[in-house]
Design a protein around this ligand. Structure first.
Ligand SMILES: *Cc1c(COP(=O)(O)O)cnc(C)c1O
Length: 313
């Protein structure tokens, strides 16, 4: 198994963005451009997979097995990682197979990933182990990654985001903000901060459960309990993959003004939140805020296919 991290760019760029909303509160705002790490092993998935792939290699794994929805950035990332590492990959997809395949699944198959499908009910109700049992998968040589790639080995890769930012700014910022799906990326950032600064997670899902999930994840991975992080739950726009016209307008305007593309599922909601929070005086005056661009741009093609070409490219 080839180590795909060996010759990768060491750091993703850290870019300042200027805006009257930020300047009037004397906020210095930067974007950590993890979307530029790799086109398909995107952003935080690249970070979360790093130590998992090193472990898979150490174990002599011959196949990556994982789970995800039909538009999942994680599935696309694992497919690409399998292809580039030279090992096979199996993706267990939530829902029925529909032809033609959407751009995400088509890409996954083109990478050589085998796709198997599980009904939405079973996908939600059953454990990964029992799903794999039902599908009669022989797990010999398999390295199994959970949905979204969140496990304890995902944390050190995401903690590296913090180390890079500190080096690039020559100091720690006051806030590091990220979009949250499972909360694994936020947990990794919290671990990297070691009690300094504040980590802010913007939940892209409706509900209040992520705070517990992240606390449990941190504890189960042996991290000390900390209180320098929080999850904001007012920016989901109706729930996962739900949106409103103002979110779409924001994404298109942001791309025009700053030249940085955002996806409507994760980073669009994070950046929208950052502007809104700045206007409401959430961030301390004269502070430094880093927004982590966790990538996910592969999802735009599928989003536009479903909802009409809403996101301008
Ligand atoms: C998967 C994903 C997230 C969510 O990451 P978690 O670690 O599950 O919270 C955020 N942004 C993008 C672009 C993603 O693809």
């Amino acid at each position: 198994m080839k180590n795909i991290y060996e010759h990768s760019k060491p750091f993703s760029p850290l870019t300042a963005i200027k805006s009257p909303q930020f300047e009037s509160r004397q906020l210095r705002v930067y974007v950590k451009r993890d979307d530029l790490l790799h086109p398909y092993i995107s952003g935080n998935k690249w970070r979360k997979l790093k130590h998992n792939l090193l472990e898979a290699s150490r174990l002599g794994a011959t196949k990556l097995v994982t789970f995800g929805g039909a538009y999942s950035n994680h599935l696309a990332a694992v497919a690409a990682a399998g292809f580039e590492s030279g090992i096979s990959a199996l993706g267990v997809v939530r829902g029925e197979r529909t032809e033609p395949l959407n751009p995400t699944l088509k890409y996954a198959e083109e990478c050589g990933m085998e796709l198997m499908y599980v009904s939405r009910t079973n996908f939600r109700k059953k454990s990964n182990t029992s799903i794999l049992e039902d599908l009669k998968i022989n797990l010999e040589g398999c390295y199994v990654l959970p949905e979204g790639g969140t496990n304890c080995l995902a944390l050190p890769g995401c903690a590296e985001i913090v180390e890079e930012i500190e080096t690039q700014l020559v100091s720690m910022p006051d806030y590091i903000c990220t979009a949250c799906g499972t909360g694994g990326t936020l947990a990794g950032i919290v671990s990297g901060l070691k009690g300094q600064s504040t980590a802010i997670g913007i939940s892209v899902l409706k509900g209040d459960f992520l705070k517990n999930d992240v606390a449990n994840l941190l504890a189960s991975c042996g991290e000390p309990a900390r209180d320098n992080w929080q999850i904001l739950t007012d920016y989901h726009f109706g729930g996962y993959a739900k949106f409103k016209p103002e979110l779409i307008d924001f994404i298109n305007d942001f791309q025009k003004t700053h030249g940085i593309p955002l996806d409507p599922i994760y980073t669009g909601k994070l950046f929208f939140a950052a502007f809104d929070l700045a206007e409401k005086g959430f961030f301390k005056k004269n502070s430094t805020v880093v927004l982590v661009h966790t990538g996910g741009l592969q999802g735009i093609a599928g989003f536009n296919e479903r909802f009409g070409a809403l996101i301008e490219r």
